[in-house]
Design a binder for this molecule. Sequence first.
Ligand code: C5P
Ligand code: MG
Length: 161
Amino acid sequence: MTEHRIGFGEDAHGLVTGRRLLLGGFEIPHSPRGAAAHSDGDALLHALSDALLSAFGMGDIGQYFPPSNPNYAGLDSQVILQTVQERIRDAVGVTEVVNVAAVVTLDRPKLGPHRLEIQRTLAELLGVEAGRVGIGFKTSEGLAPRHVQARVTVLLRYPAP
Ligand code: C5P
Ligand code: MG
């Protein structure tokens, strides 16, 4: 028997020059600005990791990777995602991602040209086919020009306890 859970997560970072812009493990090429962050600032992976934790009432990534801990400076967000997946496996067993639905809000640069690469990278990190990862892009209509935000919902299937 299996059961299902929905998870939801959100994350935002300021944009500054001289930083990389990573989204879902994919580096947006030639971005004039990237995410200001203690870690590598991948808002999409942070929102996804929070979404996975939320599905099982397991808090959020700040509890596992406190920003105040200097050991986590520049941390690869793929490590955050892997750690979250391991913690969930320990808690509830092997969990299958049914699908992911995400929205990234960013005024510039345009992300549409990279949609497939972001989708494929994220799908590969989760071990699912790309068709199970949907990603939309929105501008803030100029309301938050120095800001990148990601929102992620996820549906999970796991062994019934
Ligand atoms: O937010 P808005 O409705 O103005 O977005 C219009 C279009 O621009 C959408 O099709 C969206 O996919 C695209 N877009 C993009 N890169 C962004 C923001 C929006 O490709 N950074
Ligand atoms: Mg973050």
